[in-house]
Design a protein around this ligand. Sequence first.
Ligand code: CA
Length: 511
Amino acid sequence: MKARQIILPITGLAAMSCAGHQENAMPNVIYVFPDQFRASSLAFWDEPEYSQHVGWSADPVHTPNLDRFAGESVVLSDAVSTCPLSSPYRGMFLTGMYPENSGITLNCMALRPESTLNPEAVCISDVLKAAGYSCGYIGKLHAEAPMKNDPANPGHYVSDRNPEWDAYTPPERRHGFDFWYSYGTYDVHKNPHYWDTEGIRHDPHEYSVKHETDKAIEFLRNEDGQRDPDSPFFLVLAYNPPHSPYESTDDCMEEDYALYRDMDYKDLYVRENADTTLAKAPSARYYFANVTGVDREFGRLLSELKRLGLDKNTIVVFTSDHGETMCSQGTTDPKNSIYAESYSVPFMIRYPGKIRHRVDGTMLSTTDIMPTLLGLAGLADRIPESVQGRDLSPILLENGKECEAPAATLYIRNLDGEKDADGITHGFFPAARGVKTDRYSMEIAIRRDGTLDRVLIFDNINDPYQMKNLPYEDNPELFRSLCGALREKLAESDDIWHREKVMERLFEDKL
Ligand code: CA
């Protein structure tokens, strides 16, 4: 651990002792991640300082607070969601492990009981709690298979939805989070619900992003003793918007929608690979309205952090669990693909005095988040053995040591395994694996019988919208090199494709 400067307490700070302990050497950490917020939905990417690092244009969104925050942060231009789907992402973020080890290989719901956070896994919150942090979780968890454990109706799921998606997480499965205000997954943005630390359900009947920000502000102020005022805190704020639904003003705030209402929805599409004739196309207005709603509330959180004098000693991260294709690439699936719209995520870290503002091309995988945050907090020596990702904090910190940057990121797509007579899924089918290097993206997909389905190769420098697949048969040297990078990542993560020698079987003579 690095030596830390000892800052003498200043008398005047005693007045804000309830909320603020700026003199505490261990930094607070706030991790904010809306769901399905794509990397290009940030207006600053069109400014020259940023646009030179990416080949694409920013969506025509209003994100003034995030733009300002970017100017105070390291902005990662090549952060990805390794398995761009809600629950697998959350498993990787929490544990630093790939899906097979975190336990979450598929999106959690009652018909997939095997896909759930391994209760034995050491989560980032377990480590921070053991290091003396007060940990709070607010918003969408979606990392637990629903169980028949409704606190208000024991022996039943939390609703009578069939199949059940939503879930209640009991205290023994909260992994060090002492303060709890969360739910599994539920997609009614203006009528959300939560279970609190004691398991009491709340139905606030207001826009979830606003409500969760209010709860986060109460946590910062420590209004009701949500945290130990003498300890640093770790707060996760997991908004659901701009996740679907995004069909009408029932799904977003009118004031945010007003910014997009008078534009022809076709003008909201700036990506050359978008098809605005798709039925989904008018949704962009409501999706972007939710982007702006997230921006406004995130700004409110940052203002309060500053007002409380906590901003200087707090690491703030803004990211997302995956992106949103929104009519690009001819697919109706908003996520779960290697296309940049789905696989790339926003990732900004602000750590005043420790991280310099810049755009950085370090390729960050989802499994790197946990060890990197622990490294930034000065707890590199507490990163658990189980972690499969890398601590990239030396690359990010102003005074960090030399550290080799990752050469590639892995891509994972799993689908349901076999289903039994009751419709319960057992295991998973590893449908596709892929790799992204500093220039290329490659996805290899297989069919259920194990034969090759397709290979996609994109040159992200000459073709930033990924409109021209480079056939692998016509580019043997490039293909061999990308296969080498992929096989290395598969071996490193001990992926099922590595154990079952899928690459060797498919491409024997071409590797
Ligand atoms: Ca998601």
